[in-house]
Design a protein around this ligand. Sequence first.
Ligand code: CR6
Length: 850
Amino acid sequence: SRPMPGRVGRSALRVQAVAEAERPTAAKASGFEEVVTTDITSKLKYLFGRNGDYTNADAYQGTAWSVREKLIDSFNKTHEHWKKEDPKFIYYLSAEFLMGRSLTNTVYNLGLEGEYGEALREMGYHMEKVADAERDAALGNGGLGRLAACFLDSMATLDLPGWGYGIRYKYGMFKQGLKDGYQVEMPDIWLTKGNPWEVKRDDVKFEVGFGGRVERKKVNGKEMSVWTPSEKVIAQGYDNPIPGYATPTTSNLRLWDAVPVHEFDLSAFNAGDYDRAMLERERAEGISAVLYPNDSTPEGKELRLKQQYFFVCASLQDVMSRFRAVHGANWEALPEKACFQLNDTHPTIAVAELMRLLVDVEGLEWDAAWTITTKCLNYTNHTVMPEALEKWPVKVMAKMLPRHMEIIEVINEGWTKWLGVHLKDLKSEERAKKIAAMSIIHANPWNADEMLVNMAYLAVVGSSAVNGVAAIHSNIVKDEILNDFYEIFPSKFQNKTNGVTPRRWLAWCNPELAHLITEALGTSEWINDTEKLAGLRAFATDPAFQAKWAAVKKTKKAKLAELIKKIHGDDVNQNAMFDIQIKRIHEYKRQYLNVLSIIWRYKQLKKMTPEERKAAVPRVCIIGGKAASAYDMAKRIIRLVTAVGDVINKDPETKDYLRLYFLPDYNVTLAETIIPAAELSQHISTAGTEASGTSNMKFQMNGCLIMGTWDGANIEIAEETGVENVFVFGVRAEEINQLRKDRKSFKTDPRWDELMKDIEGGMFGDKDYFKPLVDSVNNMKVGNDWFLLANDFAGYLAAQEEVDATYKDQSEWLRRSIMYTAGSGKFSSDRTIREYAEDIWHVKPARPSA
Ligand code: CR6
C-alpha cells in the first residue's frame, strides 16, 4: 500500500524490483527476497557473530549493513561519473546536519522497500519495528540543521554535483528528559553501536593548525607570511552517502572527526610522553566532541570558533586537493569548478581561510586570490535577531588564528578604503560614520575597549550572493539588518524561501496519505514534482475523497495516541482535535502564549455546565521542544507547560475536553510520527522574528491547518493555500518597532490580567519559579514583553474561536486540509535547491547512467 517510487533502475537487483512492483502484488514472485534474507543473516553472522534468534535491534543492524552495500555501489557509480565529467560542484558548509534516521529513508529512496520489507517479513520481522532500533543522527539543533539535511536530499534527487561538509560530533543534540516536570539534559551517545551509514576514509586526512605565530619570510625569493601553529590536529574524513530519489545519483556528506597528530606514535612514547600524548588526544578529540546545543543565538565560546575553523579548513583543503589533482595550480579556474554555500555565519572563517590557502600556500597575489574567493563563496542568513549575529573578539581570534586575524585586517582595510572612494559624495562626517558602521572590525557596543570581528559583515564582503530564507526575512535583511550593504550591493541580495523534502516529510512518514494522493492523481510523480499536488484541489469538496482523507488522519492520530500512552500512560480522546506546537523553546516562538490560551480554554470549560461542555470542541494539545541548556526562561516555559498539564489532565470535569502534554526529547523521528497526526499546528512567533520556519511546511504537506502569525514562511504558505484557509492573527512586522517604542498603544485585555494573577497566585504551583515568566511579559514595565504576547493575546483567542467553529464543520475542515496539501508544492526543497543552483551556484545536473 505504498506509493510506487518509480526510481530509475540502478542494478540488476533494481530492475527486478521495478518489474515486481509493477506486477499485481498477489502475483509477486519470490526469489529476490531470498537473496536479501540471506544477505541480512550473513551480515548478522559475520559482522556481529549472531546466529539466529535476532532481536529487532539485531535485525536493524543486519538490514542496515546490507542496505549500506547498495548505497555504496550507487555512491561509487555516481562518483565515477562525476570524476569523468568533472562538473562544477556545490559544497554546502554547515556546522549542523540534522539527518535523523537513515534506514527507512535509504530503502525508500533507493526503491528497495519491496524486497527489504518482504525479506524482513519472511524472517518474521516488520520493517517499521526494525527501523525503530536506529538512533537519530542529531548533529543539529533545529531548523537550520534540518534544512541542511533536506537540501542534501534534494541535491541528490536533482542530480546536482554537490557535497555537504560538516563535523562528525561524537555527541549530538542532548537527549531531553523530564524530572518532576523540569527539563533534564542527557548526553546523546549515538555512535556506540557503530554507524552503518558512514564510511571512514583512511586516505582523507588533513592537518589543521591553531595558535602560534606569523613571520614575514623570504620563500623562494618572495616575501611571504609564514604561519607556524602551536597546536595541530588531524581532520579525519567520514563519508555519509546521500541517496537521491528516483535517480541513480547518490551524493555525499563528508564529516570531519578530530584526532591527534601523534595518535599512531603512542606505543613508542615513554611514560612521561604518554601523559602528554593523552593530553594531546583529549584536546584534539574535544574539538569534534559536542554540538553546541544552541539555536538561533551564538555561543561565544572559544571551542566553538575552533570547531568552525576546524571543519572549514579541512573542507577547503579537501576541495583544493581534488581540484589540483585535475587542474593543477590553475586556481583562476577554481570558481568554474567549485562554489561554497555558508550556512549562516558559522563557516564564515572560510573567507580568510581560502585567502590564506591561495596567498600563503599557493603563492597567489592578493588581488587574484580575492577575486577567486569572492567568486566561490555565498552566504545565507538565517536569523533577524541582531544579537544572534556572530561576533568574535579580535583578541580571541588573534590568539587562536593569528594569520586569519591579519588577513581579516587586510580585507577590512581594503574594504573601508573602497568604501571611502565609493561614498565620496557624502559629507566627510557622514562618510566616516557610514564606514565605521560597515567596518568588519568594530568596537563592542557594550564595551568600547573590546574589538570584535563581525562575521556577517565578513561573509557579505567575501561573498557573491547573500540570501535570506523567506520573502519577509529577505526583505528584513535588505531593509534592516544589512541595509547599508544592500544599498551598496543591491544585486548581491536575494531571497531563497526554504523548503523541505517531500520524501521524508510526506511520502515516507505518511505512506497512507501518500498512497491516497497517488491514487487520486493517478501518478506518484508528485514525490519529486510537488507542483502536481495542486491536482488535489479538484477533490477538496468531494465527500468520498474527504472521507478517505479523514480516515488517513484518524490512523495517524491513533499512532500518536499510542505514543502519548507510552510516554504519559494516558488514553486520549482520538476524536479530539490534535493541536500541536513542536519546535525549539524560545521566547520569540511564544510557546508561552499558547499555554496561556490553553489555560484560558480550561477556565472556560470549568465555568460550563456538563451539557455546555459536550458542545465544546475537545482538544488534545501537544507541546514539544528542547530548551538550550543555558536558556533559563525557556526552561521555565517547559515547566509551565508540564505544570498546567498536570492540573488539566487530571481534572475529572474537563479532561475529556482538554489535555495538554509535553512530549520530551522532540527530534526528527518524533516529528515523523507527530506531524502526520496533527490537525492544527501553531506557528505563532512575533511577526518579524522567525526567519522562515520549516516545520510549518511539513505540517502543510500533511494537511494540517495552521494557526499562525504573519511571519516567516507562514505568509507564503497562506498565499499558496488561500489566506482564507489559514488562522492568522497578531500584529504585523511593520508595526512592531513603533509598538515597542510606544508602549501606551499596547492592547490590553482583562482576560490576560486574570491569567497573570492565576499563575502568580499559584494555580499551577511553583509560584516563585514562574514569577520571572509573569514579570517578563508585564508590559507596564519598559523593555518587558519584548515579543508582544499581551498585545497579541486577544487576537489569538479570537482566532482560536474561529478554529473551534471551523472544526465543528468537518467537511469545511477537511476541505481546508486538502487545500493545504494541494498548496504545498512550492515548499519542496527541490524547488529551493533548483533556485540556488540556477541563481547562485550555477551548477548543473550530472546524472550517472542507471
Ligand atoms: N533557528 C531560523 O530561526 C529557519 C531556520 C532555517 C533558523 C528559522 O526560522 O527556518 O533557521 N535560524 O533557515 C538559525 O538557526 C540561525 C533556525 O533554525
